[in-house]
Ligand binder design. Sequence first.
Ligand SMILES: Cc1cc2nc3c(=O)[nH]c(=O)nc-3n(C[C@H](O)[C@H](O)[C@H](O)COP(=O)(O)OP(=O)(O)OC[C@H]3O[C@@H](n4cnc5c(N)ncnc54)[C@H](O)[C@@H]3O)c2cc1C
Length: 390
Amino acid sequence: MFNFELSERRKLIKDMAAKFAEKEILPVRDKFEEDYAEGKYVDKILLEAAKIGLLGFPIEEKYGGSNGNNIDVMVILEELAAVDGGMATVIGDTWFAMTPIIMAANEEQRERFLRPLASREEANVGAICMTEPPSGADIEDPRMKLRTCRTIVKEEGDDLVINGTKIWPSNAGIAYLYVVVGTVDPDLGEEGSCLVVVEKDRDGLSFGKPEPKMGMHADRNSEVIFDNVRVPRANMLGNVGDGAKILHRTLTYNRLGGGMISVGIARGAFEYALGYCKDRVVGGKPLIQHSLISAMFADMAMNIDAARLMVYRSAWANTKRHPHRDRFSNMAKVFATNMAMQVTTQCVQVMGSYGYSKEYPVEKYMRDAKIVQIFLGPNELLVQLIGASL
Ligand SMILES: Cc1cc2nc3c(=O)[nH]c(=O)nc-3n(C[C@H](O)[C@H](O)[C@H](O)COP(=O)(O)OP(=O)(O)OC[C@H]3O[C@@H](n4cnc5c(N)ncnc54)[C@H](O)[C@@H]3O)c2cc1C
């Protein structure tokens, strides 16, 4: 019944992603921080990603994609994040934005929105706009039913007019389209909730300056401002009243991606620190031969493995529509992100001041790890949802 081996197809996918990360991302990942606002290195990588079909990977073949399911994309995310968590976030968030379209769009919308996202000529990334300046976690909390959402969608004839401000979406300012979480009236809760797709060139859509931040510099984040943005009613996914449900199904499907990004980040730091500790001589022998240090690595290896297994179990549950898939996804995200914070901190520790130095990559892995405990639902929220589901 259990098979812990990747299929031949998934081995090829893993190999493709690992080679891509090594060839395109590794040589320039140290430049992402200084180039954060402009993102010229990231844009070049995204074009290469589009060319090999990575950006459109989860999209059905009939719209130009590769039919990747939830397990396939987890395989890719680990390999990208092992080199750079920010690049994994940029590509993973494009898949995140596709999910509500794949789940809830009608045929005309799929053709209009998914085909460009699967382009192999242009790097068309996606963004999903949930968070607002006064309300982040609450918008992702299914118990709040989008009552704190202040992005207002007004129905005017055959059009929708959007007003409000989002903050932090990954790929802000560079996305081809924005999936916007809104409401016709916050007091209606779920009944007023809706998701609307806004294409990048709509009048009234503008962006704040890039938000300065601690890590994940491949990912551009800023305010996304909707000032009387008018789109056809045909840009709504489902109907008014469906938004909260689609959003929470989307989150279940993607939250474990935060878990796999964390597995990759932890693995990247672990592999680097392990190599270092095999060479670095302290007290007359390589660090790794000190039993205390060896035990730390054993502990890290066990926890990385456990987190990966939880993510795969969750991905499997998503593909099977398992009744506990919400819980499995939340569990994988919380466990893996906490694990990555712990592992990357230990990697800095065992490398001493070199671990803390910007000349070595582990301090960056540690900074990147921190945000994944917060985005895609802060862990404090998710443990409550896990508890409530038991
Ligand atoms: C690099 C990056 C990428 C991002 N990508 C996206 C994106 O693509 N789209 C998007 O919409 N947003 C994105 N975000 C925003 C992110 O999802 C939010 O910041 C996150 O949901 C938390 O919201 P907040 O910052 O408003 O914190 P708040 O909601 O103010 O929460 C603050 C803290 O309170 C605690 N807390 C929250 N809820 C509860 C609760 N119910 N019970 C107890 N404690 C609680 C947690 O410790 C939490 O960290 C991104 C942010 C970053 C930095």
